[in-house]
Design a protein around this ligand. Structure first.
Ligand code: FAD
Length: 340
């Protein structure tokens, strides 16, 4: 499979990048590290006439921590930079752990935070070669009119499979978007649309320029649990991010849990927030773990079965909350350790 022809636009400023998106309209697509986009272009999933290369806008790169503003992450920041940051590991352990689990070292060196958050949704019937897809007549998301996951419906169930979004959601992070109409901020938890085709709550002329993690989330205990077939490289097939602050008397001050790779959008589990003010009990943890599988609705979109992925979510939530409440999380205590 080879890359189709395209023109490369290399704007030197954010304004010029937005202008290129406006000028070329639907024929243009943004590229950052290209680790997700280029394989997809080779599979014929996208064929933009113009690629607008964000790497020529260095102002979008970098991590900056301020005691009042919190952590600012530029959209072009490499995943490896985030994963290696001591400050991130110490203050936002769930984010560090999620970053360390993305893909493989080479892909983390190329892949960016912005690209990770704007990933296309994935499905067994979509992420295939053009030849393979042609043999089944395409699918709702590309070149067809049937969803092979749920053939009776008119809805695309392709799954958002990024690792960073749930970690940022449990930290209460904001996404910063710039478009022709100016700059706006929305919570990362509202950046996603639960529809495999629509995917993101942003206009195609808007660029995700960065993320802001509030200073109030610094120091929250956190952990990220990821299920994938090959631990050395694969996308998640189900994963859970959790963050919690605990009072000196052991009661929960604040808790958030989010699930990714189970639905078209990553989602917060509302029941987790009900733990605030409670002291630990196995029943409470079990209640949130059960509610998590009402939030996560995996279907047959991957090589792993929906039943197995649902059980994985339940077990990950149980483990995460127990670890965080009792402060035995691998993320908190062994910053260099792996995700699962
Ligand atoms: C074998 C393999 C395994 C992988 N495993 C994982 C994994 O375990 N976890 C995981 O999360 N990802 C995984 N990925 C996907 C990918 O490598 C990472 O998500 C990476 O961080 C994507 O960033 P990028 O800069 O390369 O994105 P790109 O490929 O450049 O872009 C991805 C999408 O985002 C859009 N985009 C990029 N930047 C912006 C921006 N600033 N604003 C608006 N839109 C933007 C692009 O138009 C494109 O649609 C894997 C990829 C491969 C090939």
């Amino acid at each position: 499979m080879s890359l189709p022809d395209f023109e490369l636009a290399r704007p030197s400023s954010l304004e010029a990048a937005v202008e290129a998106l406006v000028r070329f309209g639907p024929e243009a697509q943004l590229v950052a590290g290209g680790t997700d986009l280029f394989p997809s272009m080779k599979q014929g999933l996208f064929s933009p006439r113009v690629l607008v290369d964000l790497k020529s806008v260095p102002a979008l790169d970098g991590l900056h921590f301020d005691l009042e503003e919190g952590l600012a992450i530029g959209a072009l920041t490499k995943i490896s930079h985030l994963a290696a940051s001591r400050h991130v590991a110490e203050s936002f352990p769930v984010l560090a752990e999620a970053a360390r689990g993305v893909a493989s070292p080479l892909l983390r060196n190329m892949g960016t935070v912005g690209g990770n958050l704007c990933l296309d949704t994935r499905c067994l019937y979509y992420n295939q070669s053009e030849f393979w897809r042609g043999a089944i007549g395409g699918c709702l998301k590309k070149d067809g009119d049937v969803c092979h996951v749920a053939p009776g419906g008119r809805f695309c169930w392709a799954v958002f499979s990024g690792d960073l979004a749930p970690a940022l959601m449990v930290l209460g992070a904001q996404a910063i978007l710039t478009g022709p109409g100016g700059t706006r901020e929305i919570p990362v938890s509202e950046f996603y649309v639960d529809d495999g085709i629509v995917r993101l709550a942003k206009d195609r002329k808007e660029i995700l320029t960065g993320i802001r993690v509030p200073a109030s989330s610094a120091g929250m205990r956190g952990t990220y649990k990821k299920y994938r077939i090959r631990r050395s490289i694969d996308y998640p097939l189900a994963a859970v991010a959790a963050a919690m602050s605990v009072a000196a008397d052991g009661s929960c001050l604040q808790a958030r849990v989010a699930v990714t790779a189970a639905n078209p959008a990553p989602k917060l589990v509302p029941a987790a927030e009900g733990l605030a003010g409670k002291t630990f009990s196995a029943e409470l943890v079990e209640h949130v773990a059960h509610e998590a599988i009402r939030t996560a609705k995996p279907l047959r979109t991957s090589s792993s079965t929906p039943e197995y992925r649902r059980q994985v979510v339940r077990i990950f939530v149980r483990r995460a909350l127990r670890e965080l409440w009792h402060d035995t999380s691998s993320a908190g205590h062994r910053a260099g350790s792996r995700g699962r």
